[in-house]
Ligand binder design. Sequence first.
Ligand code: FES
Length: 315
Amino acid sequence: MADRMIMKLKVAEARYAASNVLLLRLVHPRRPRLPAWDAGAHVDVHLPQIGVRQYSLCGDPAETGSYLIAVKLDPEGRGGSHWLHSNLAEGSELHVAAPRNHFPLAEGDGRVVLIGGGIGITPLAAMAHTLVARKGDFVFHYCAPDEATAPLLAELRELCGERLRVWLSSQGTRFDSTASLADETAAEIYACGPERLTAAVVATILAAGHAEERLHTERFTALTEADFQPQAFEAVLASSSRQLAVPADRTLLDVLEESGIVLESSCKIGVCGACECGYLAGDVIHRDVVLSPGQRKRRLMPCVSRARGHVTLDL
Ligand code: FES
């Protein structure tokens, strides 16, 4: 699979959208329009000496002249946010790949519930723009410790009006997924934020017997399974019946690449969705945070996922 088009974009605006969140508006230096995208999409940003990092587009998808990303400074992170906060100002250049979307907003005019925590509100902000444009029926639960660290809060208040419910733990108001979702059995639910928030929403949906396929989540951090012991397995390529041995200490993505099958990849920790490929048979051990339960029946992320025994890949 070929790599996505990478563009050199210019920072047209750099400002703080919260005390620790840098908001960047990116434009092409010559072209008035950037590749189109839908709400929920993210871009891969290529950082010198750091690597590739993913950031959700948080502006209005109808605005085709620029991309808006919000970068939360993470002192404990892998260095990407620190580099961006330290090195970027208006006029700087960034290498950015065309948008990709693993968290799309469903079509239709049914009820939508958006639940975001902290920097996790960014893809939901784009969804709010789309829902307002559609005149959709929605509510946006925005969770943060306090207003100072809540990115885009003023913009979202103006955009959503009373449809925005703000839960600030410093003021003693906390999002209660059981109470807030009790009457939302027919809604499409989109959740993004800290793991404890997303996990609470998932648990509520499962406990209440809501249709699981109506729940859509996006996570920013890789699965942590301290006890996981990788085992060797075999991958079979459906198109040629070629068999590839995947040792316990190698990833399927690496073995495919060594065999001349180069899939697109970016994060290599199961969070970006770049390396997604199909499979036809096998007992797959899914270890990504991207695919839904339904998608997992036929798709896998070879940078982290493995199989028991063997897997037949749709390659
Ligand atoms: S490279 Fe990001 S999910 Fe595999």
